[in-house]
Write a new protein. Structure first.
Length: 365
């Protein structure tokens, strides 16, 4: 089904997900319903890390922990910031099909529904709010989702942007930005001839795997075929920012890269690959943030959309945040009751945001 609501990315990205799904995912797409996928899901995946570690350290976890892995149906994709929805699917039909899917699954999750997102239209936000209300009415539990970072491109230049940060952060970032002098930055559009080289694409994928394996969450391992598809698509608005260290021998070492999409007046940051030793040496995480902002400014874009991970670091870099809601159906009544009482344990980003807001208020007071 063609989706036309909540799309911060080009449709071709969702199409690539459907054609080349992550390992262990069974993806379904039809003319009559939204894209969804089924996989084994560990209920501890989105817990606060300290809580997750405490549970995993409990006596006998190696034996009973498998009970927390459920066959799960996710409505949505893992390559879109929000769950794509379709105006052509009437709300009554959507709810009816959700009920049919849920009754045959141990766990059903409608993931990443926007909550008054400044990145979407009022109509899109209203539609999602209606879906949340209707799903709750048929027994879905509502759980606070992650914090999506974004930056309005409302500054004149990098100096003005830095001036909005605290004195200590400005000083620290200016020191790190000096590494720009030691790097060559190359910005390629997807579909560029360089991406026809399978060896180069393999190198990019290995750097992506470095980031995946370093992460605390291992859920959706995207395939080489997925990246082959998006990197060779000249029509998806993709921009690949490559950071090279130039050697005296005229050789170049790829320090890292990120793949963004220029779409509907925004720059959406999606994927990153790092040579970790060099990326840390050259402060690439911070450098790429400002290179992306510079690009968005030069292109007169509205927002830089910076993804879900590392909200604490992104807040220090000046990001704002908008939140989502997950809707969860657990078929087993006892487990559903337990989750309803413990759902706050799964709302790590919301807790962080509340604490951060309180700290900032106290510092102003």
């Amino acid at each position: 089904m063609q989706t036309d609501l909540n799309n911060l990315e080009p449709q071709s990205l969702v199409d690539a997900f459907i054609q080349h799904p992550p390992k262990t995912f069974d993806v379904y797409d039809s003319n009559h319903f939204l894209p969804f996928f089924k996989t084994q899901f560990n209920l501890l995946t989105t817990l606060d890390i300290p809580v997750k570690k405490r549970i995993e350290s409990l006596w006998g976890y190696r034996y009973w922990g498998a009970l927390l892995h459920l066959n799960t149906c996710f409505i949505g994709t893992t390559v879109s910031e929000y769950t794509p929805l379709a105006q052509s699917l009437p709300m009554n039909d959507l709810i009816a099909q959700l009920k049919e899917i849920a009754k045959n699954q141990s766990l059903t999750i409608i993931k990443d529904l926007p909550l008054s997102s400044p990145l979407l239209t009022q109509h899109e936000n209203t539609y999602s709010q209606q879906l949340i209300k209707e799903a709750e009415n048929i027994g879905f539990l509502s759980v606070e989702g992650q914090a999506l970072a974004y930056v309005p491109i409302d500054f004149q230049d990098r100096a003005e942007y830095l001036s909005r940060l605290s004195k200590n952060r400005r000083k620290n970032l200016k020191r790190k930005l000096k590494s720009l002098d030691e790097l060559k930055i190359e910005i390629l559009s997807t579909g560029d001839l360089k991406f026809k080289n399978s060896s180069f694409r393999d190198d990019l994928y290995q750097l992506f795997l470095n980031v995946y394996h370093q992460s605390n969450v291992h859920f959706d391992l995207l395939t080489p075929e997925f990246f082959d598809t998006i990197l060779q698509d000249a029509n998806n608005g993709g921009k690949v920012f490559l950071y090279w260290k130039e050697e005296a021998s005229e050789n170049q070492i790829l320090v890292g890269y990120n793949i963004c999409f220029e779409y509907q007046g925004n720059l959406v940051d999606k994927y990153i690959g790092l040579n970790y030793a060099l990326a840390l040496e050259y402060h690439l995480y911070f450098i790429s943030w400002f290179v992306n902002l510079d690009y968005a400014k030069q292109r007169n874009l509205k927002f830089y959309i910076a993804g879900w991970t590392d909200p604490e670091v992104k807040a220090q870099l000046g990001a704002k945040f908008t939140f989502t809601r997950h809707l969860v159906w657990i078929r087993q009544p006892v487990l559903r009751f337990i989750l309803s009482k413990l759902r706050y344990l799964f709302e790590a980003d919301a807790h962080w945001h509340e604490q951060n807001a309180q700290t900032m208020q106290e510092s102003k007071g």
